[in-house]
Design a binder for this molecule. Structure first.
Ligand SMILES: Cc1cc2nc3c(=O)[nH]c(=O)nc-3n(C[C@H](O)[C@H](O)[C@H](O)COP(=O)(O)O)c2cc1C
Length: 198
């Protein structure tokens, strides 16, 4: 293989790892009646390390938490419509950024970073962790940032309850290490990570 060949192969590999993965269109109607989902919502920690979450369920829960639903606004309220949340999906093989407008996931780092998402063993092996990140340039007030993260988390809880997935929102994580692995800009911070599985 000559140097040109190697460079072309490297460029293709880089382009593939940067390219956005299209998620299935979220299912935005139907589902379990709201009051039944509220009744079923709970933090459930006995997640099977060998379980998986379908791309359809992932797309649906991301949309429920942070999808664009009306007039360019989100599924959840944000103070002054600042829309300061950024969602990342952490799996066994990568960290990916969710783009609600495009309904895509874009890899920002490859590898298994689940051990720094958690200080609890059951969460280190769960198939999905969703990092709830705040862009402090959009919303500097911690109480509003936390409101937004809480609302998104609750939407994920309700969606999971409605389809029989297990989930727990967690503040116990290695935030500085995770932020480094996520390659976050200095003004973005991980507030919580929500673990999902079966
Ligand atoms: C802000 C916040 C942080 C939390 N952090 C953790 C955590 O790090 N680890 C964990 O196992 N559960 C965590 N939880 C889940 C709570 O322990 C759980 O919600 C509580 O025990 C009530 O149980 P329920 O969710 O089943 O109603 C957290 C919940 C909230 C709201």
């Amino acid at each position: 293989m000559n140097i040109r060949h190697i460079l072309v192969t490297l460029l293709i590999a880089m382009a593939l790892s940067c390219s956005a993965q299209q998620l299935p269109a979220p299912t935005t109607t139907g589902g379990m009646p709201l009051m039944d989902a509220v009744q079923k919502r709970a933090s459930i920690r006995n997640i099977d390390p060998n379980s998986s979450v379908s791309m359809q369920d992932l797309s649906n829960m991301l949309w429920a938490a942070w999808g664009i639903t009306h007039d360019g606004k989100r599924a959840i309220a944000t103070a002054m419509n600042r829309q300061e949340l950024v969602l990342y999906v952490i799996t066994a093989d990568r960290i990916a950024l969710y783009d609600a407008e495009q309904n895509t996931l874009t890899t920002v780092n490859t590898g298994d970073f689940r051990d720094i998402c958690a200080r609890q063993d059951w969460a280190k092996t769960a198939p999905i962790n969703i990092a709830l990140v705040v862009d402090t340039t959009k919303q500097p007030r911690p109480e509003f940032q936390n409101y937004t993260a809480g609302a998104a988390s609750h939407a994920i809880y309700l969606y999971c309850a409605s389809v029989g997935l297990k989930t727990v929102v967690r503040a116990m994580l290695e935030a500085p290490e995770l932020e480094k692995a996520m390659k976050l800009p200095a003004d973005q911070h991980v507030l919580y990570v929500q673990t999902v599985g079966k």
